[in-house]
Design a protein around this ligand. Structure first.
Ligand code: AMP
Ligand code: MG
Length: 344
């Protein structure tokens, strides 16, 4: 069981699922992590794939298990500010204010790394990304481990992030030692990432905490303009990586076009097509195959990935998604949809 680092490539590990609220499960997780193995655990955003963040061999295991390019740095997860302090070379005032307001929570900050942080975690960058997750199981695990855990989402690179233990098992089963079950995640999309190592700070990934909430503390930040264009969802250069993507082909359409496009595809290709609509603004013909997400951004985020996982397991070949409004509150969802729709 503790030889994950050796066996993970073969996909032959027996992946256990244990109740994350059980003290014995946390002990087991700690033993695996100390031995350099991998443990998936719940956070409020998505399930993370954790390894000892100060052990380069353990961190290498994350890259292998996910098939993640070594150029893509990881986020170190910490129990609190005290645990974060030694990982950073210099703490600007603004970082202290942001962590005070948003930690534990879905905000990742990037700062100059201290010499404690192994190169592999940072993918060679001089900076480190840090976050304290707001989930009782994650916090209990971090406190018991008494050190930082490197933890990207617990899925193969480019696939949809897991929001339930079953998602982790179907994507990573056989490649990791243990999944701590903490039920379904609440936020449902990955953390907001802000780079505080540049001035003004720059939003690198939109997420559950929206730019205005950050600007209330930091003043102006450079906005993320990446994947979202004037029309709504064209991917822009540099931000086009296919990511967070379901197996079905996903495209985004204005509400008024959805029904016509669905009918057209069915007539021409015979593919199984499903609509994902936001709220109840669209009158759907009785024969329409559809799922409805809430028309508020928090509610839609919470269910976005679970819906994509469900549609994949139900065998749909095409997903036609209603374009969300172009407001700041929907920025993170527009970003994830643009990446899911990208063919790169
Ligand atoms: P995830 O794959 O959800 O764990 O997110 C990690 C993401 O954080 C990476 O893909 C990068 O975009 C970003 N990131 C982490 N560390 C750094 C860093 N030192 N500099 C810039 N971006 C970073
Ligand atoms: Mg990920």
């Amino acid at each position: 069981m503790l030889n994950g680092a050796i066996k993970k490539l073969s996909g032959s590990l027996k992946t256990q699922i244990l109740d994350g609220y059980d003290g014995a499960a946390i002990k087991r997780a700690i033993a695996i992590l100390r031995a350099g193995g991998l443990v998936a655990f719940p956070t409020e955003t998505v399930y993370g794939l954790g390894a000892d963040g100060l052990n380069p061999n353990a961190v290498a295991g994350i890259y292998e298990a996910k098939g993640r390019p070594p150029t893509n740095p990881l986020i170190l997860h910490v129990a609190d500010m005290e645990a974060a302090r030694p990982l950073v070379a210099h703490w600007p005032d603004v970082a202290l204010k942001l962590t005070e307001k948003f930690w534990p929570g879905p905000l990742t900050i990037i700062l100059p790394a201290s010499s404690l942080v192994p190169d592999i975690v940072r993918a060679g960058n001089p900076t480190i990304a840090l976050r304290s997750p707001n989930h009782p199981v994650a916090l209990e695990l971090l406190r018991a481990f008494n050190g930082p855990l490197a933890a990207p989402s617990a899925n193969k690179t480019t696939q949809t992030s897991p929001t339930k233990p079953e998602h982790v098992l179907s994507g990573m089963g056989g490649h990791i030692d243990l999944i701590l079950d903490g039920g379904r995640t609440t936020s449902g999309i990955e953390s907001t990432i802000i780079n505080l190592a540049e001035t003004p700070p720059r939003l690198l990934r939109p997420g559950p905490i929206c730019p205005m909430e950050i600007e209330a503390i930091t003043g102006n930040i450079s906005r993320f303009e990446g994947a979202v264009s004037a029309r709504g969802l064209q991917a822009a250069p540099g931000m086009t990586q296919r990511h967070y993507a379901p197996k079905a082909r996903l495209t985004v359409h204005l509400q008024d076009e959805l029904i016509d496009v669905q009918r057209e595809i069915q007539q021409i290709s015979g593919e199984r097509v499903i609509l994902v609509v936001l709220g109840d603004g669209l009158k759907l013909p009785c024969a329409s195959d559809y799922r409805r997400l809430p028309d508020d951004p928090k509610g839609a985020s919470a269910r976005l990935y679970a819906t994509l996982h469900d549609l994949d397991s139900e065998g749909y070949q095409r997903i036609l998604f209603q374009a969300p409004p172009k407001t700041d509150e929907w920025l993170a969802i527009r970003d994830r949809l643009a990446r899911a729709a990208s063919k790169d």
